[in-house]
Design a protein around this ligand. Sequence first.
Ligand code: HEM
Length: 431
Amino acid sequence: MSVMTAADHRIPQDQADLLGTPAAYADGRIHETYRWLRANEPFGVAKIEGVDPFWVVTRHADILEISRQNDLFRNGDRNPVITSQEADRKVREMMGGSPHLLRTLIHMDAPDHLKYRALTQAWFMPQNLRSMEDRIRVIARAAVDKMAAAGGRCDFVHDVALHFPLHVIMSILGVPEADEPRMLQLTQEIFGAGDPELSRNKAAAKPPEERQEVDFSMVTDFFNYFRALSAEKRANPTDDLGSVIANSQIDGQPLSDLEAMSYYIIIATAGHDTTSSSTAGALWALAENPAELAKVKADLSLIPSLVDESIRWTTPVKTFMRTASQDVEFAGRDLKKGDWLMLCYASANRDEAVFDEPFAFRVDRKPNKHLAFGYGAHLCLGQHLAKMEMRILWEEMLPRLDELALDGTPALSEAVFVNGPKRLPVRFAMR
Ligand code: HEM
């Protein structure tokens, strides 16, 4: 591991510790830390016990610049998700020296990354998605009908937001509907591993070794499930995305077991949780800002901008890591080859230098150059699908929604990597 050469840019310990504290992402303290960092140490080093030191990048301009320089700031040289030294050691031991338990697009760099991305990219392009619009609208309408039938009160996360994008992505993948609850639970357990309520067997409260065992068991469950699905799609290919992954070749060879399973896992996890979170984040903000709800209800052409704002506002993917591939001076800092950098997307999306009143939720915010989908070669593969799903849901829901208010205390999940609303009790009147 390289030595950080930035003693003069060390982040104060209390702020650094919050960056690694899942609860801080649920109770709002992280935004105070980000605000402080943007103003005082926008590119500093955090040293947290049990974690290798890392640079913390909080300004929009720096995150954008790092994300677009994929040769200089690589994904695969170290873990692209923040991890402890102990977990890193265990993974390397299990994986013959590699820092990766999975090999998804997020773990790859050129030249492999592009080859693997090309396998599914066309599926997620707007012209292909257009052919799915009617199907997605039927699913959205069913979700809204269910909400309308709930009698004026529901937990929007559980009753609406979770199931709609889940059903869309699972039908794209070719996962049978009966298995959707299992996919949902596994995703929530993986992203909620640091949350006392969502983690498997309440592992978040257990010692690190036990937590790691649980982490490995969840990945094993996903592997077992998708290994069977993949065999089925090889035996009986259809026109779904699961069959594409099962039957594709790279450089004339089928995908290895690790790469195929990783592909299924990233689509099955990234493909719904983030979209559910942005949808619920928007409804929460609309319940708290009746004037914004009235504005978009009065002018439904604002829905695409409501969607952008809800993604900026929620920023479900809080962080990804990059690794410097060579010594370089960047943003006035002396980076060394092997240095690890945390890109704080949620900070970029509240950056006062880019957004007017960043802490205000505005359905008509324009421009809205948020970085919630990242940028550069790894720019979210599913961004058009996510935006389309949300647009359709609001088109179906807003004309029918007459009143909306919170009906108790909402809660965000506790996670450093991917989080969002886990509870959103609301009262409403619907036609
Ligand atoms: C609001 C919803 C979503 C958000 C906020 C989101 C966010 C992100 C972010 C931040 C990245 C990393 C970008 C980077 O490192 O530069 C990413 C990558 C990715 N996302 Fe999404 N995502 C969303 C929805 C989806 C959906 C619906 C899918 C469905 C397939 C998806 C699949 C992926 C994949 C496969 C990658 C890896 C791309 C690569 O490395 O080339 N995401 N997403």
